[in-house]
Design a protein around this ligand. Structure first.
Ligand SMILES: [Zn+2]
Length: 254
């Protein structure tokens, strides 16, 4: 009896394994992992003096404002098809509303980072209120990931909504060992355009910049729609994807 069912079990197991790792031979892939330690305070030349230590034609893919049903799953599907890993800067209230998407991002190996709770422009708030907003966002994301709140996040990476930083807030985040991400180039996907227009805009900017941290929004349908073609273009044009991770990730308490 056992001999008869074993082949069936093997077939089922191999099917499961294949569907869990559908990485084609010509996939773009993640070229390398870059650990960012807490001594790195700010990165991204759009707003700060320096950026990550990237070589020519290396890119870091970042997505802000999610997770969002309908678009974030399409972005994750596109990344999975090309076997590339990205960094998501989450809005806490979206993480609280869609915790399964936060857990999917983490389960698929992406870096889950932080972008406040409700996306206010923090330079309009008193520093205490701004820090409370940052902490509430981190707590919501950590709760989605681990089931309990924490204001020292698993990945101590933060991006200001609208890049609206201030010196007092940068000082406070630095004191807590949190790296603030800007970007080296924007997709400008807050401006409505067709997916094809979006694709050409970001590819033109990438060719001019030669690489760097790219800012997308996984809440935007035009971005989700163009991402498969964008990742294919990275492959054919010889760009390499770098995945940023925290150097010493905090182990979540049980
Ligand atoms: Zn944002």
């Amino acid at each position: 009896m056992l001999a008869k069912i074993t082949p069936v079990l093997c077939l089922v197991l191999s099917t499961v394994a294949a569907s869990a790792a559908p990485c084609p031979a010509d996939a773009l892939g993640t070229a390398r992992i870059l650990s960012v330690d807490r001594s790195v305070l700010t990165v991204g030349r759009k707003h700060f003096p320096t950026t990550l230590p990237l070589a020519a034609k290396e890119v870091v893919l970042t997505f802000d404002d999610g997770p969002w049903p309908g678009t974030t799953p399409r972005v994750l599907d596109a990344l999975a098809r090309e076997c590339v890993r990205a960094t998501f800067f989450l809005v806490g209230r979206n993480a609280a509303a869609h915790p399964q998407l936060v857990r999917r991002e983490a389960a698929e190996g992406h870096t889950v980072a932080h972008h406040t709770y409700a996306h206010p422009l923090l330079d309009h708030l008193r520093p205490e209120a701004a820090m409370a907003e940052i902490d509430r966002g981190m707590a919501a994301v950590e709760t989605a990931l681990h089931g309990h709140a924490a204001t020292i996040p698993s990945a101590p990476f933060f991006r200001f909504p609208g890049f609206a930083s201030s010196s007092p807030l940068l000082d406070r985040l630095a004191a807590r060992g949190i790296t603030v991400f800007g970007a080296d180039l924007w997709a400008s996907d807050w401006n409505p355009m067709t997916p094809d227009e979006q694709l050409h805009l970001v590819l033109d900017r990438l060719e001019s910049a030669g690489g760097g941290i790219i800012l997308f929004h996984d809440t935007k349908a035009q971005t989700a729609a163009m991402l498969p073609a964008f990742l294919r273009a990275l492959k054919t044009r010889g760009y390499r994807v770098v995945h940023v991770v925290p150097a010493n990730p905090k182990v979540a308490a049980k």
